[in-house]
Design a protein around this ligand. Structure first.
Ligand SMILES: [Cu+2]
Length: 120
C-alpha cells in the first residue's frame, strides 16, 4: 500500500519535458549561432552537418550535466561530425552565463563558424 502511494506520487510529479534544439553545421556557420537555454532545463541538442565540422564548447560541456553515454561522445569538450551526419546530445543546462561555441577545423572559426550558448 505504501509502495503504491509512492508510485502514485511519483507519477503525479511534474516532469520537465526535454526540449529539442536543432543546430545545423555548414560552411561556415552554425544555424542558429546563438542558443538560448534556461538553467536546470533538460534539452536534446540535435546537430546535423552537411560536411566535416566540429562542435566545440569546452566550458559549456564541462559545466552541463550529461548522461555518461552522451559525455562519451565528446573529446575535450568537442564532437566531430564527419561528412553528412547527425548526432544527439542530452544535457541539463548549467548555471547562467555565456559559453562560446566554435568549429575547430582549420580557419572555419575565422570564416565565421562560431556561436554561443546563452543560459539564463
Ligand atoms: Cu567547420
Amino acid at each position: 500500500m505504501k509502495a503504491l502511494l509512492a508510485l502514485a506520487l511519483l507519477a503525479a510529479a511534474p516532469a520537465a519535458p526535454e526540449q529539442r534544439i536543432d543546430v545545423a553545421l555548414s560552411n561556415f556557420k552554425f544555424t542558429p549561432s546563438t542558443i538560448a537555454l534556461v538553467h536546470g532545463q533538460s534539452y536534446v541538442l540535435h546537430l546535423t552537418s552537411s560536411g566535416g565540422h566540429s562542435f566545440a564548447a569546452k566550458d559549456f560541456f564541462a559545466a552541463a550535466t550529461m548522461p555518461a553515454a552522451d559525455r562519451a561522445k565528446l573529446k575535450d569538450g568537442k564532437i566531430e561530425l564527419d561528412g553528412e551526419s547527425a548526432v544527439d546530445l542530452h544535457f541539463t543546462a548549467p548555471r547562467a552565463g555565456s559559453y562560446p561555441i566554435k568549429c575547430t577545423h582549420l580557419l572555419h572559426a575565422s570564416f565565421g563558424m562560431t556561436g554561443k550558448f546563452v543560459v539564463s
